[in-house]
Design a protein around this ligand. Structure first.
Ligand code: FES
Length: 247
């Protein structure tokens, strides 16, 4: 696959979008408070109202106010609703037309949200985590492509270091330092493992990424796997890879 293929998938995904969208969080927190029933009721309500051509109902990851779930967001108005029930869901069909949904509003500008700047979780709640096309339409896998074809392995590690990316555990270990250390280690076979262990009880910072934006994890692992291993391989082998001369 080359970059034009990636762009084609992204463009097709954007073209298939309907004018309106209802995003229902079905991540673990909202699932525990009945999100699956809400999602079904939303889909049934839109279908019964004959709005399936205009309104898409999507299952998305965490909308970041888990304690008030199930949460539902509507586009393009950007409104957010909390503690939505299956009974409320029927009002979304009428409300999407008239602009008056009868569910409990949740202020997306309240202090809880105001101090947050999602970076790793920027796609969380925005995309259906089970549709790779949505991840690609959000720019997904472009970094992997760039890491493979535009940057040398050393440049990849430098860029990760410069980004300030840190681990999500309590130590916040710098990812660039970790990658640079692995790259220097001897051995012609290395492994990238996603252990996703939640060392802090109830924090769920790993689960948030895995369940809300899994392709982000896969893409990061692929970059680490392809580039760190190749740094070592190239120092000892005669592999004829396009970027070898740039190391
Ligand atoms: S799990 Fe639904 S808002 Fe976090």
């Amino acid at each position: 696959m080359d970059i034009t293929e990636l762009y084609r998938i992204a463009a097709e995904e954007r073209d298939r979008r309907k004018p309106k969208r209802i995003r229902c969080c079905t991540a673990a927190g909202c699932q525990s408070s009945g999100a699956e029933a809400v999602l079904k009721a939303l889909k049934d309500g839109i279908a019964t109202a004959g709005l399936t051509e205009d309104v898409e109902v999507s299952s998305v990851g965490c909308l970041r106010f888990c304690g008030r779930g199930p949460l539902v967001a509507t586009d393009p108005d950007g409104k957010l609703y909390e503690q939505v029930t299956a009974e409320d869901a029927s009002s979304f069909a009428a409300g999407m037309q008239a602009g008056t949904v009868k569910a409990q509003p949740c202020d997306p500008h309240q202090p809880f949200f105001a101090g947050q700047q999602p970076i790793v979780l920027e796609n969380s709640g925005q995309i259906d985590p089970e549709r790779i096309e949505e991840y690609i339409a959000a720019g997904g896998y472009e970094s992997l492509y760039r890491a493979l074809y535009d940057l040398t392995p050393v440049e990849v590690v430098e860029e990760i270091t410069q980004s300030g990316l840190r681990g999500r555990g309590g130590g916040g270990y710098p990812t660039g330092l970790k990658w640079a250390t692995v790259a220097k280690m001897p051995g012609d076979q290395k492994y990238v493992i996603c252990n996703a262990d939640e060392g802090d009880p109830g924090a769920f910072m790993d689960r948030s990424v895995l369940e809300s934006d899994p392709h982000r994890v896969l893409e990061g692992m692929a970059i680490a796997d392809m580039r760190l291993v190749q740094i070592m391989d190239l120092s000892t082998s005669g592999l004829n890879i396009p970027w070898r001369s740039r190391i």
